[in-house]
Design a protein around this ligand. Structure first.
Ligand code: GLN
Length: 275
């Protein structure tokens, strides 16, 4: 294990921790950072702040995810605005962003992030890569306005495309496609944790009866917007490696499955064959 993996594993353990969440809520209400919180631990709390913090803690106690309460989440060490119209960035998804950064480094890239939500994948790739012409696509106008705010926050220029990928194709021609599409089987949705099921957008989770609807559609149509030899990299569910690589092999070569830090299959990627 390398040090960045250790930090990530430990962070995932700690986000369940009440002390961590309490400090996050107090810092948010007081508008201060962690070092100010520690250095000024003896300063008087302003009027109204305690009540506000208690209200937020009550929302948390009733199951609302902390990131929606705070309005922000961290991904690839960058802060992203979030609200209930977008999925909260998952640390597992950093596997996809890191993979794409590694594969695409060193040359100018026209990249599209399909089903972008908060924009965290496309924006962090653009930010760390440094020479990306970025398009962020989503079916939801509300999600795209969050993505736009996040692109602006990180000084990344992005074209926003509101499209229903199941029924239309993105405008433009790209060198690479990344996507974390909805991939939960419809039948499994009722069994998700209440934090996810009752608070996160179902359109970002439901991948149809077999969970593969978006993979099927994107792999079948990619030739309409991706250059031959261009990279397609998906996030996948832990048990979808075989099914998604089978789908990809039709139109893609160098198909590979990459595991996340927990050792689960997490990314499926390949390059588009010449048509
Ligand atoms: N990994 C997400 C979850 O566990 C699902 C994300 C998706 O469907 N794209 O809830």
């Amino acid at each position: 294990m390398v040090t960045s993996e250790l930090v990530r594993c430990i962070r995932d353990m700690l986000t369940d921790n009440a002390a961590f969440e309490a400090a996050e809520i107090v810092m948010h209400v007081l508008g201060i950072d962690r070092s100010t919180l520690i250095l000024n631990s003896r300063s008087e709390v302003p009027d109204g702040a305690a009540k506000k913090a208690e209200e937020l803690a009550e929302r948390r106690r009733s199951g609302e995810p902390l990131q929606y309460i705070l309005g922000s989440a961290e991904f690839m060490s960058l802060g992203f605005e979030v609200n209930p119209s977008v999925l909260i960035p998952r640390s597992d998804t950093e596997t996809l962003a890191e993979y794409a950064i590694e594969k695409l480094r060193g040359r100018h890239i026209r990249l599209i992030d399909i089903g972008t939500g908060s924009g965290c994948i496309g924006i962090s790739i653009a930010k760390y890569h440094g020479d990306v012409e970025l398009a962020l696509a989503d079916i939801s106008a509300d999600a795209l306005s969050v993505a736009a705010a996040n692109a602006k926050r990180h000084g990344v220029r992005a074209k926003l495309l509101q499209i229903d990928i199941l029924n239309e194709l993105p405008k433009g021609q790209y060198d690479a496609v990344v996507s974390n599409p909805p991939y939960i089987e419809s039948g499994v949705i009722p069994t998700l944790q209440t934090e996810v099921r009752d608070h996160e957008p179902l359109t970002a989770l439901d991948g149809g009866a077999d969970g593969l609807k978006f993979y099927r559609r994107i792999t079948e149509t990619a030739a309409g917007f991706l250059e031959s030899g261009g990279l397609l990299a998906f996030e996948i569910g832990y048990d979808q490696g075989e099914a998604v690589s089978e789908l990809m092999k039709e139109n893609f070569y160098e198909v590979e499955i990459i595991k996340d830090l927990c050792g689960n299959d997490r990314v499926a990627a390949g390059r588009l064959k010449n048509s």
